[in-house]
Design a protein around this ligand. Structure first.
Ligand code: SF4
Length: 59
């Protein structure tokens, strides 16, 4: 399953990017995005999902 970020609820806090910088980046829109070619099975993805304060990441 591809990782999805709910751009409605994402507050751009940067926690996902800090925990998993190879997968997530904060865009110019101050929302998290999944990077092109990111390893969606990287272990840090699960950490980002559980650490996102708004529950905006799913897979
Ligand atoms: Fe958005 Fe959640 Fe990432 Fe924060 S941790 S930037 S709220 S997706």
């Amino acid at each position: 399953m591809p990782i999805k970020v709910d751009e409605e609820s994402c507050i751009g806090c940067g926690v996902c990017q800090s925990l998993c910088p190879d997968v997530f980046e904060i865009g110019a829109d101050m929302k998290a995005h999944v990077k092109d070619g990111a390893d969606e099975n990287a272990p840090c993805v699960d950490e980002a999902i559980s650490s996102c304060p708004t529950g905006s990441i799913s897979k």
